[in-house]
Design a protein around this ligand. Structure first.
Ligand code: HEM
Length: 130
């Protein structure tokens, strides 16, 4: 689906019927918007620093009328799934080599080198499942 009419966005003229894609990958790594954009710093999201009503620099679920309708479910599920994987299993990497975090190509950001890991159910997980 393209733009329904001519318009100007950020100084650029957008003709009618243009398909415009937002490069969230670049916005999420823009050093003008983020301090050390490629560092893992979860504390940057503490204290409600990012106000989702007025601040559009974080958009993992898109924005506006066509944003992801599964956002609330996904936000709950991600924490629950990750917490369950950590709580129920013991995880080990294969070998001693540091895990290569290089990004591969693709819309869903695959790892360039697939992650291989060993997992073993903890005792409490067996109790939980039985
Ligand atoms: C971590 C998990 C998820 C992420 C990161 C995610 C992200 C996104 C993004 C970026 C879009 C495109 C928004 C746009 O075009 O601006 C989208 C659309 C959509 N998502 Fe999700 N999503 C997730 C989980 C889910 C779940 C759990 C559901 C359903 C149960 C869901 C259903 C949809 C649907 C139906 C659309 C299309 C909406 C439309 O085109 O009007 N998503 N999602």
């Amino acid at each position: 689906m393209g733009s329904s009419d001519h318009c100007t966005l950020g100084g650029y003229h957008i003709p009618k019927d243009t398909m415009l894609l937002v490069n969230a990958w670049a916005i999420h790594r823009d050093p003008k918007l983020w301090d050390e954009p490629t560092s893992f710093k979860p504390d940057r999201f503490e204290n409600g620093e990012i106000d989702h009503e007025t601040n559009y620099k974080l958009m993992p679920f898109g924005l506006g009328r066509r944003s992801c309708p599964g956002m609330d479910l996904a936000r709950r599920a991600v924490g629950l799934v990750l917490g369950s994987l950590i709580q129920c299993f013991e995880w080990k990497r294969v070998g001693q080599k540091e895990i290569d975090m290089t990004e591969g190509k693709g819309v869903t950001m695959p790892k360039a080198e697939p992650l291989e890991a060993l997992c073993k159910a903890r005792n409490m997980a067996n109790k939980l499942m039985s």
